[in-house]
Design a protein around this ligand. Structure first.
Ligand code: NAP
Length: 286
């Protein structure tokens, strides 16, 4: 690790966001309203169950209600749609969080069109994608992309005019983030699996975002001295734990600052899902 290296953990960022959420929850409580998030899990995938637990824990800590819905792994698309419709009609539910990926028999496009935009707190449907392009629209931003931005704001990472390289172009993470960085006046380059010579592109970045899903792929060869590295990846480390897309030991010898995995962006993402649920509740009650 270089001497001036700054470790950008997610907890202080999540705590700062949580304190604003708590104020809103208490004001809603004075009006007799409790915001509620419904999670929808299909099957018993270990990572879905772990995510469900983590989200419930954040909701409880912020006095936000939860409703856990679980369908068997063999559930049909019709059963999933029926559940979404039921949650959509339920006025006591303000946010719906379906865990993805869903089993193969369920198409993501039917999930996207079934989710009521007002309750789509993790930006799965088209309203959220539209909001990424046009911030004046009502949809919620994808929480992981927003979590990266909140983390950089919290740690005062200079964004104006910075060269930002995003590796990964998925709709909800890489692509959304590229647009949010553009809004923050960065000059943005997006890399993906067909990009040639990523180390030389990434090596010119003031800000390098890894959203790939490849354990420890990014090492010091990809990082400019003093650059800020934000690691969105959550990968199996092969030892019963998780690791990021960046090889932390290698990059921390060169980077000026970086987020760790675990204890990085994930904690911020969960808190933003709960914040969106509270915002959805406020919008619903006018
Ligand atoms: P995804 O949909 O699988 O997208 C991965 C992206 O990485 C794709 O654009 C892909 O390129 C690119 N890629 C894959 N291998 C590459 C390589 N060798 N070189 C360059 N680019 C490569 O994944 P995602 O949903 O965006 O998630 C990315 C990571 O973030 C995953 O590890 C996921 O678990 C994690 N994640 C974290 C959070 C959080 O809260 N921290 C939330 C969501 C996701 P192509 O488009 O060319 O295939």
């Amino acid at each position: 690790m270089n001497e001036k290296f700054i470790l950008m953990t997610g907890r202080p960022v999540a705590d700062a966001i949580a304190s604003g959420v708590m104020e809103d929850v208490s004001r809603l409580s004075d009006m007799g309203v409790t915001p509620k998030l419904a999670t929808l899990r299909i099957g018993n995938r270990a990572d879905d169950i772990a995510y469900e637990r983590a989200i419930i824990k954040v909701c409880r800590s912020l006095n936000v209600g939860t409703q856990t819905c679980a369908l068997p792994g063999s559930a049909s698309e019709e059963e999933m749609l029926k559940k979404i419709e039921e949650l959509g009609r339920d006025d006591s539910v303000h946010g719906i969080l379906p865990f993805r990926p869903m089993p193969g028999q369920i198409s993501i496009s039917s999930l996207k069109s079934a989710l009521p935009p007002a309750k789509d707190v993790d930006c799965i449907g088209p309203a959220g994608s539209a909001a990424v392009f046009d911030r004046s629209l009502a949809g919620f931003l994808p929480c992981t992309a927003e979590a990266v931005m909140e983390t950089m704001f919290h740690y005062n990472v200079p964004l104006e005019g910075a060269n930002a390289v995003v590796i990964g172009r998925s709709m909800v993470v890489g692509r959304a983030l590229a647009l949010l960085l553009l809004d923050a006046n960065c000059t943005v380059t997006v890399c993906h699996s067909r990009t040639r010579d990523i180390p030389s592109i990434a090596g010119g970045a003031d800000l390098l975002i890894c959203a790939i899903g490849r354990a420890k792929m990014i090492d010091a060869r990809y990082v400019k001295a003093g650059a800020v590295v934000v690691d969105v990846g959550i990968n199996d480390d092969g030892q019963g734990g998780i690791c990021g897309d960046a090889d932390f030991e290698s990059i921390s010898g060169v980077a000026g600052a970086a987020t760790p995995v675990p204890r990085g962006i994930g904690a911020v993402t969960s808190t933003l899902i709960v914040r969106n649920t509270v915002r959805a509740c406020k919008r619903m009650i006018g």
